[in-house]
Design a protein around this ligand. Structure first.
Ligand code: GTP
Length: 343
């Protein structure tokens, strides 16, 4: 029997890692393996998943792929990783693949047609996570007037905005959609988000609403979609020969010392994010005088911070943050702003 694999896709900060942690905590004895791919040079997600010490997912079952986007490094990174997992004497019962928030799912699904993979594994389903809060705020909607003006200036321009393109692409490939962060959106706006999502999905695709990725594992796993046999029904911008090289997005890592006042730090960060239109920040903060490390997550303007575990003996007490935005981000100014906030 083929080993089922579930592909989890969704824009930066939609809640993929949160949903996977929920899944691991509710695995009910199933042996899961997790393949994680992130955009940015520091593996934060693997660290966070490992931090939860779930029995369902021991450390050797969490594989982080080298940096670079999974959809662009399929042959170099993803295929050898899958082969290793499948070659194990005791292979996993189900493989969960967390794609980077900027990944196009279709090339990954296509990788399951590779001869050595297709005989042993199948795509059980592509799950697209949607940040209902971000969609409701219009982050993925095209400003039609601005697009018309841009097209008038450049008749060859046929692109949607990079954010909208990813939104469409991830939804077009989905077997199921999770409208996450339902807690942040009023019922009326959520219904409107659902309408926008429905317009981009294939017929018959289920949409469920969730708070912190709390979806029943029975609903997520076991879709038996065999998506690799059904690629034609999943339209992609790549089909038309368009390039996908992530040039639209950029990221850098900020490293610094201990933060004296985390409240002041978060307030300053919020201003910095708004001023520079930063899409995503995540990482660890060392707080002066505190034995535990502070996890920092920012998705657009929303910041979350919590202490997750004590700094380990010998682990350097340092602040490390991955900052992601659209190309053109003023890295020097953001670095200077962060350095000023730390002191
Ligand atoms: N209010 C609210 N916050 C959520 C929900 N789901 C996730 N979050 C928060 O959103 C932030 C991002 O969540 P992640 O699970 O790291 O998102 P992700 O999709 O894995 O992010 P990337 O891997 O960077 O693309 C974290 O601060 C989460 O706690 C939700 O349903 N409601």
């Amino acid at each position: 029997m083929k080993i089922p694999a579930t592909v989890i896709t969704g824009f930066l900060g939609a809640g993929k890692t949160t949903l996977i942690r929920h899944l691991l905590q509710n695995a009910g004895g199933r042996r899961l393996a997790l393949v994680i791919n992130e955009f940015g040079d520091v593996g934060v997600d693997g660290d966070l998943v490992r931090g939860c010490n779930d029995e369902a997912c021991p450390e050797e079952d969490i594989v982080e792929l080298a940096n670079g986007c999974i959809c662009c490094t399929v042959a170099d990174d993803f295929l050898p990783t899958m082969q290793k997992l499948l070659d194990r004497p005791n292979p996993p019962e189900h493989i969960i693949i967390e794609t980077s928030g900027l990944a196009l799912p279709k090339p990954l699904v296509k990788a399951f047609q590779w001869p050595d993979i297709r005989t042993r594994a199948t795509v059980d389903g592509v799950i697209a996570l949607i940040d209902a809060d971000a969609v409701a705020a219009g982050r993925f909607a095209t400003d039609e007037a601005a697009l018309a003006a841009a097209r008038a200036a450049d008749p060859n321009l046929d692109h949607d905005s990079p954010l909208e393109e990813l939104f469409e692409e991830q939804l077009a490939c989905a077997d199921m959609v999770v409208l996450n962060k339902a807690d942040l959106v009023s019922p009326d706006r959520l219904a409107d988000v659902e309408r926008q999502v429905r317009a981009e999905t294939r017929a018959g695709v289920g949409i469920v609403r969730a708070d912190h990725g709390a979806v029943d594992i029975g609903a997520l796993l076991g879709l038996s979609a065999a998506a690799e046999d059904d690629l034609a029904s999943r339209p992609s911008h790549l089909d038309a020969g368009e390039e996908h090289d992530h040039d639209d997005f950029t990221s850098f890592v900020f490293s610094g010392g201990e933060v004296a006042d985390p409240v002041r730090f978060a307030a300053g960060l919020e201003t910095l994010i708004a001023a520079h239109d930063v899409l995503r920040i995540k990482g660890m903060v060392a707080v002066a005088g505190k034995p535990s490390r502070l996890v920092l997550q920012a998705v657009g303007p929303r910041i979350q911070q919590y202490f997750d575990r004590p700094w380990a003996a010998g682990e350097p007490r340092a602040t490390r943050l991955v900052v992601i935005g659209q190309t053109g981000l003023d890295e020097a100014a953001i670095r200077a702003g962060l350095a000023a906030l730390i002191g």
